[in-house]
Write a protein that binds this ligand. Structure first.
Ligand code: FE
Length: 248
């Protein structure tokens, strides 16, 4: 029997809590999800910041590109719809999840292998590297010798086609791909699995999308609604909850 789909709380569950906020991540830490997804950017003074966008503009009361701001400037920002909170550093995020069994799914947003290497180093220093999987839409950011997956954008998947995507992943030694849930179907899944790659999905936010991920037996789904995903999975036909609980 195929293992039950893992649930990754995307940015702390954006549709259930403020985007990438400390309170959202603390809430995720209390849920029975297997993974927490978050996005990483460098600050101008060498810190690693957890935030979705490359700028503060959309989801905080400040503006500016994170990579051009100091940590002090970033910490002056207050995240919208959160109780007066500032973006977290990577070590602060690690502190939230260290006491939990939840795995980290670190998305490398900033281009270049140097930043990815910095993220690996930082997670190692935190003692959290062993439970981290790295993800990125940027192939060149996935050169680390650690669990990693390539997020294949809808555009890349439709323009290149599954065969080329699989070829690229294998050529780079990347063992897993994630595709947008709306483009995921059984033939695509079977093609990916037959090539020896693991198959996951992202963007499973509605009940229908979550059920689709479960029905496909995707390895993992990222979702903005982790509580809903947990509920759907619990009630999904033929779901063996005991196998869900098995964590490495
Ligand atoms: Fe992300």
């Amino acid at each position: 029997m195929r293992a039950v789909t893992r649930i990754a709380s995307h940015r702390g569950g954006v549709l259930e809590a403020a985007d990438s906020s400390p309170s959202a991540f603390r809430r995720t830490a209390t849920l029975a999800v297997e993974e927490v997804e978050f996005d990483l950017h460098p600050s101008a003074d060498g810190h690693i910041v957890v935030h979705h966008d490359a700028t503060l503009d959309r989801t905080t009361d400040r503006t500016g590109q994170i990579a051009r701001l100091t940590l002090a400037q970033i910490k002056a920002a207050r995240i919208d719809h959160s109780p007066g909170e500032a973006p977290l550093t990577l070590p602060e995020l690690c502190a939230i999840f260290r006491p939990t069994p939840i795995a980290l799914r670190a998305e490398i947003k900033h281009p270049g292998a140097d930043f990815a290497a910095h993220a690996v180093q930082a997670l190692q220093a935190e003692g959290m590297l062993d439970r981290t999987v790295f993800s990125s839409f940027l192939l060149e950011s996935l050169t680390m010798d650690h669990p990693r997956l390539w997020l294949v954008s809808a555009k890349v998947l439709t323009q290149l086609g599954p065969r080329t995507v699989i070829h690229l992943a294998r050529a780079k030694g990347i063992p897993e791909i994630g595709v947008k849930i709306d483009l995921a179907d059984a033939p695509l899944r079977d093609t990916v699995l037959a090539a020896g790659l693991e198959f996951g999905v992202y963007g499973a936010h509605s009940a229908e999308q979550i059920d689709r991920a479960l029905a496909l037996g995707a390895k993992v789904m990222t979702t903005d609604r982790p509580s809903l995903a947990l509920l759907r999975r619990q009630n999904f036909p033929n779901t063996a909850v005991s196998s869900v609980q098995a964590r490495s």
